[in-house]
Design a protein around this ligand. Structure first.
Ligand SMILES: *Cc1c(COP(=O)(O)O)cnc(C)c1O
Length: 475
């Protein structure tokens, strides 16, 4: 029953072929294909079999896609450094892939540093940033031999200088600058004054003052360059271009005021990805070209040697590589209002919908389903009405309990932002590649959750040590 009404009207049927409808290329991982019986394949494996093997919900990560993206970034910056932003999603396997593909790694906490260290990630290829790194974290980073630490405040300059001096090390550092360019999705805002917690403002002169302070601590700190990160989910090169222009301007100021030419310029991450068929992300090659052109031109104009460029993609590296596989539990049709399709995960594995009103697509992936589609709200299992996985997604009208539904583009800021809300264990991450699947982060169990709970009284009567503790059955 095709509808002529506005698209995505509540509960409406829309004209949209389902049987054999192609996968929208930009939102599904590179190896995604559909079998004739409507089952999605990833890395050569059928998701119905993966669901039987690993349960649901599960994050399925296409390892070949991840590695191909890593190589594309590497190729885009052959004379520079590509730091994978670990906060998007980090585990030991991913840290290893990043190392193997010749990339560097950007960490923002001691925890992320610990993951890198646990697989022997080359310390000199690590960069540590953040606005409030603790003394303990800074000390650990210095002792570990982290290649670059990004200084974010005046107090941190003194703090790190003290730590490096005590350790007898001259630590390489960058200075985080807020260039007054704030980019989000399709727009960027150019401002003079910045109001944010990160970095040193360029416009106020704080950035040049920071350069002076770091140069004054040259016995302990080696200033190698400047760093900026202007936002996330960016679809336009204009914001990157303006930031690059301003950062080169600052390199010129530093040369003129302090007599030093800083050899490195890190322009951060932020490149957007497609969450729905309407998003048109920029190609890595295009961004690389644009940044090289702008920096090259500005430097030539100012008589400055072109600095070594660094970028820090997170979302654009891992976001498109992963789909979340859910099983449908209930379908609730509210006549005249909408249909709620509930899956076995939700805001504990995808907080972006509730937090940023993010948009997603979803697809029935265990069978073709009826040709007629209904626009439904895909919701989770949590006790919270804002627990929405995807707003207004077309699904076959006969979607039913037991079906598998996949949501693509969930590799970045999903597992890494997952929670245990309602005492739900976080889903596993399963890497698929060339017909083989392996768990790289296992599913969290109730035992895992109870292990953190240190009440030493075992039963409601207050008797210690008499009940059986989880995981200690048969005691
Ligand atoms: C978050 C962040 C990134 C990665 O951002 P994406 O949007 O995931 O590419 C890179 N650099 C810094 C400093 C960040 O804070």
């Amino acid at each position: 029953m095709p509808s002529d009404g506005p698209p995505a009207a509540r509960g409406s049927a829309i004209a949209r072929p389902s049987v054999g409808a192609p996968l929208e290329e930009q939102v599904w991982p590179a190896t995604a294909t559909l079998d004739d019986d409507g089952v999605l394949r990833l890395g050569g494996l059928r998701v119905d079999e993966l669901a039987d093997r690993f349960g649901t919900p599960t994050f399925l990560l296409d390892e070949d896609d991840f590695r191909a993206r890593a190589r594309a970034w590497r190729a885009g910056f052959p004379d520079g450094d590509v730091y994978y932003a670990g906060k998007a999603f980090l585990c030991r396997a991913v840290a290893r892939w990043v190392a193997q593909e010749g990339l560097s790694l950007d960490v923002c906490t001691g925890g992320e540093l610990a993951v890198a260290a646990s697989v022997g990630f080359p310390p000199e290829r690590l960069l540590f940033h953040g606005n409030n790194k603790s003394v303990e974290e800074l000390s650990r980073a210095v002792a570990h031999g982290v290649g670059r630490i990004v200084l974010d405040s005046f107090v941190e300059i003194d703090r790190l200088a003290g730590i490096a001096r005590a350790a007898g090390i001259r630590q390489r550092v960058l200075i985080r600058v807020t260039p007054g360019v704030e980019a989000h999705t399709h727009e960027y805002i150019a401002t003079g004054q910045e109001d944010q917690k990160f970095g040193f403002s360029l416009a106020s002169g704080a950035a040049t003052a920071a350069v002076g302070q770091v140069l004054g601590a040259a016995d302990a700190l080696e200033l190698v360059g400047l760093h900026a990160h202007i936002g996330s989910q960016i679809f336009d090169t204009a914001g990157f271009g303006l930031a690059a222009h301003r950062m080169v301007g600052l390199l010129v100021t530093v040369r003129d005021e302090h007599g030093v030419e800083l050899p490195e310029l890190d322009l951060g991450g932020g490149l957007g990805i497609a969450y729905t068929g309407e998003d048109a992300p920029l190609a890595v090659e295009e961004v690389a070209d644009r940044l090289h052109t702008i920096v090259g031109k500005e430097c030539a104009g100012a008589g400055l040697a072109v600095p070594r460029l660094a970028v820090e993609p997170g979302r654009a590296m891992v976001g498109p590589t992963t789909v979340t596989l859910y099983r449908v539990g209930t379908v609730k049709e509210l006549p005249g209002l909408r249909t709620y399709v509930s899956v076995d995960g939700g805001m504990s594995d995808n907080i972006r919908t509730a937090l940023y009103d993010a948009r997603y697509t979803a697809r029935l992936v265990s069978r073709p389903g009826s040709a007629e589609h209904h626009v439904v709200t895909l919701v989770g299992r949590h006790c919270e009405s804002g627990d929405v996985v995807a707003h207004d997604v077309p699904l076959p009208a006969d979607v039913a309990p037991g079906d598998l539904v996949a949501v693509p583009a969930t590799g970045a800021y999903h597992r890494s932002m997952a929670s245990n809300y309602n005492h739900v264990g976080r889903p596993p991450v399963v890497a698929v590649r060339a017909g083989a699947a392996r768990v790289i982060v296992r599913r969290e169990t109730e035992d895992d959750l109870l292990r953190l709970d240190v009440d030493d009284v075992d039963d409601v009567d207050g008797a210690a040590g008499e009940g059986s503790k989880p995981g200690e059955a048969g005691r």
